[in-house]
Design a protein around this ligand. Structure first.
Ligand code: NI
Ligand code: MN
Length: 225
């Protein structure tokens, strides 16, 4: 079973039998992050979009680990220009890596690097490894195609933003959990900044009311799925 560790905000470490992945590693800029970038040992770095709270320490981590950045084409090109290995993908496309499959989904959001470079379309990720499927939505609004994603993929764990303001808030995230029909849903992208304060237990309550199991993973906490 893959092991997921919540590193705060939208950052997750995923350890499978064949590879270690990190998604949206915003660590040094997040006082609440439980690990420093130098402590991260990974084979792949997945980036949902170019905003600073997602790009974070990706380039430093990828270079230090000789890890491959997996991101939408434009953002992958940016990372490559900064000296990382990359594997570009684009929305709707997937690739069978040696450890499993990564497919990019749509996300309704923006994408520009902190230094002003256009990052292409933001995305979400379907990551399948060791027979389990994880969905990380990236930063996004609620969209009805989540129903299609849920119909076409048996999702074991879905990671959804609940912080409102820049992404879905709690009622929309609970609806997203309903549409995706994942075995388990975990909230993310809340409480990092004042603008995105949210009560994750309220999300669990609203998802449960729609018949969906949700669980809060505390920052630094782990979960096998
Ligand atoms: Ni963003
Ligand atoms: Mn964000």
């Amino acid at each position: 079973m893959p092991k997921l560790t919540y590193l705060g905000h939208s950052a997750f470490l995923i350890e499978g039998s064949k590879a270690r992945l990190i998604i949206d590693p915003f660590l040094s800029g997040n006082p609440k992050a439980p690990k420093k970038p130098e402590e991260i040992k990974v084979d792949y770095v997945l980036l949902s979009h170019a905003h600073g709270d997602h790009l974070g320490d990706a380039i430093a981590i990828a270079k230090a680990n000789k890890a491959t950045v997996v991101a939408p084409f434009e953002l992958a090109g940016y990372c490559e220009s900064k000296g990382t290995l990359t594997h570009p993908l684009h929305i709707g496309g997937g690739f069978n890596f040696p450890f499993g499959r990564i497919k990019l989904t749509i996300a309704h959001h923006g994408s520009v690097t902190p230094d002003g470079v256009y990052g292409g379309s933001p995305c979400g990720f379907l990551v399948t490894m060791d027979g389990k499927t994880l969905y990380h939505s990236g930063d996004t609004a609620l969209f009805y195609d989540m129903k299609l994603i849920g119909e076409m993929n048996a999702i074991d764990v879905a990671l959804l933003p609940i912080g409102d303001n820049f992404t879905m808030g709690i009622p929309d995230a609970a609806k997203a959990a309903e549409l995706l029909n994942a075995r388990l849903t975990v909230p993310m992208h809340y409480d990092t900044f004042d603008l995105i304060k949210a009560d994750p237990n309220e999300f669990v309550k609203q998802a449960s009311a729609k018949g969906r199991k949700a669980q809060v993973v505390p920052v630094g906490g782990t979960l096998e799925y």
